[in-house]
Design a binder for this molecule. Structure first.
Ligand SMILES: [Zn+2]
Length: 165
């Protein structure tokens, strides 16, 4: 019987068509050419552009609906500028819980904390190569667990203070 679990977490239905890597992890669409998980800055421009032009999820490759999620670190969440292309909220949820190597690849600047910003309002600034988002709702993650928002606010302030010293 096929198992739809990876790291004890149920693989979302829309990710089940993806090839499975040797370790049992679904191979995200963005990695289908390289067959390995490379950091975002090593992804080809054509892979990113084709996902965006066709409004397809960067992880599962299926069509996106109005509500999409962006994966980043605290800096992205605060600036509302994301480098990583949009994904389905449930695909983001799954990789945050089960696939740290994918989360790290999509948000290389994360300091161990990830923000998943979900919104229907975003635009791509082709010149800067970033997504400008608004009206988003953030869910914070660390080590596969959700972190309450107020804890993240405190941590962010602390980080800013430490950087200023
Ligand atoms: Zn998806």
């Amino acid at each position: 019987m096929t198992s739809f679990l990876y790291n004890g977490i149920t693989i979302p239905e829309r990710m089940r068509h993806l090839p499975i890597m040797e370790n049992g992890m679904p191979l995200p669409t963005f990695a289908s050419e390289a067959k390995t998980i490379l950091p975002l800055n090593q992804h080809t421009a054509s892979a990113r552009l084709s996902a965006m032009a066709n409004r397809r999820c960067y992880i599962c490759g299926d069509k996106l609906h109005d509500l999409v999620s962006f994966i980043g670190g605290p800096d992205e969440a605060m600036s509302k500028l994301y480098l990583s292309p949009p994904v389905h909220p449930e695909c983001a949820d799954f990789i945050m819980q089960a696939c740290p190597e994918i989360s790290d690849a999509l948000a290389p600047s994360n300091p161990g904390f990830f923000a998943v910003s979900t919104t229907a309002n975003y635009e791509y600034d082709a010149e800067k190569g970033v997504f400008l988002i608004s009206d988003s709702e953030e869910v914070w993650w660390s080590k596969g667990q959700r972190v309450p928002g107020d804890v993240m606010d405190i941590l962010h302030e602390l980080t800013q203070t430490l950087r200023a010293i």
